[in-house]
Design a protein around this ligand. Structure first.
Ligand code: PDD
Length: 288
């Protein structure tokens, strides 16, 4: 059955959704997006996703309409995903449709608001247990990587480089620093210590990253938020990625070489379990 999407105030079958070729999202990548997960029909950390969207909206003067949370709930309902083990809602807001001219339309035009929901399948646990691989690739993004804009060409190229290398994730490197993945954040373990890049303008401040940092502190795992040179990253005993569709994903090979002993490490396992526990608690599911 065809899914129901939301476009500019209306719910409709996906095949009926149309936007103008003069939409600024299409012409300039002039828009923001969010991806929010729901487990058993309950959203995880919706308030944080909305806060990130609001921050982008204020920074770029792209107006985000009211009622985004209700829209998310309604999209799950209309797509029969209230009981889905896991689902995601994608939301995109662009500066709207106007004749092509770089500066903002004056007077302003209504934002284009597009959203959809779909079920999300976790990989089987046996696959997770084997671990995943990553490859390094240059970070070609602008200086506001902290804003979740739809200008994703550098991330597209990074993820394609990973695919062509037969790897799951990209490790974006700028000025010798291992920053994050093409659509997820990265963590390294050195002995007991958990390290990830600070939430600066160089990375997207992931909600999953933030939750994992909180969980690490709760678990008594020492944490440092600092830049990790690639040369140091190569000596990590463990490495994992975090993100809405990534959850906590162990990396056991980087550029074809084993990370640590080449297996999924204990800190990654602990944080993965803690993350699943957080989902159960926040989304009212049976404990893991
Ligand atoms: N990606 N870093 C980048 C560059 C991202 O695009 C994302 C999210 C993250 C992780 O953020 P979060 O934990 O809030 O999902 C980090 C989304 C899911 C995407 O592009 O599909």
């Amino acid at each position: 059955m065809e899914d129901t999407v939301f476009l500019n105030g209306e719910f409709m079958p996906r095949s009926r959704a149309r936007i103008s070729p003069d939409d600024r999202g299409f012409l300039f990548g002039d828009g923001l997006y969010e991806v929010t997960p729901a487990y058993g029909g309950r959203f995880l950390a919706m308030d944080r996703h909305l806060a990130r969207l609001r921050r982008g909206s204020e920074t770029l003067s792209i107006p985000v309409p009211e009622g985004i949370e209700a829209l998310h709930i309604e999209l799950l309902r209309r797509n029969h995903l209230e009981e889905a083990e896991m689902a995601i809602v994608y939301l995109q807001v662009t500066r709207g449709t106007a004749p092509r001219s770089h500066a903002f339309p004056d007077p302003p035009v209504p934002a284009t608001v597009y959203a959809w929901a779909k079920p999300f399948q976790r990989p089987p646990m046996e696959e997770w247990e084997e671990g995943y691989s990553a490859v390094t690739t240059p970070d070609r993004r602008w200086t506001r990587a902290d804003l979740k804009t739809v200008q994703l060409l550098p991330q597209v190229l990074g993820q394609q480089a990973a695919r062509e290398a037969g790897a799951t994730d990209a490790l974006l490197v700028k000025d010798g620093i291992a920053l994050e993945g093409a659509h997820n954040n990265v963590f390294f373990v050195f002995g007991e210590l958990l390290v990830t890049h600070p939430a600066s303008n160089q990375i997207l401040p992931g909600i999953t990253r933030e939750i994992v940092l909180e969980l690490a502190r709760e678990e008594g795992i020492p944490v440092e938020e600092r830049a990790v040179p690639l040369e140091e990253a190569k000596c990590a005993s463990e490495m994992f990625y975090t993100g809405t569709t990534t959850e906590v994903r162990p990396t056991v090979r980087l550029d074809g070489k084993p990370v640590g002993d080449g297996g999924v490490g204990p800190v990654t396992r602990r944080l993965h379990q803690a993350f699943l526990g957080r989902i159960s608690r926040e989304c009212g599911l049976a404990p893991v």
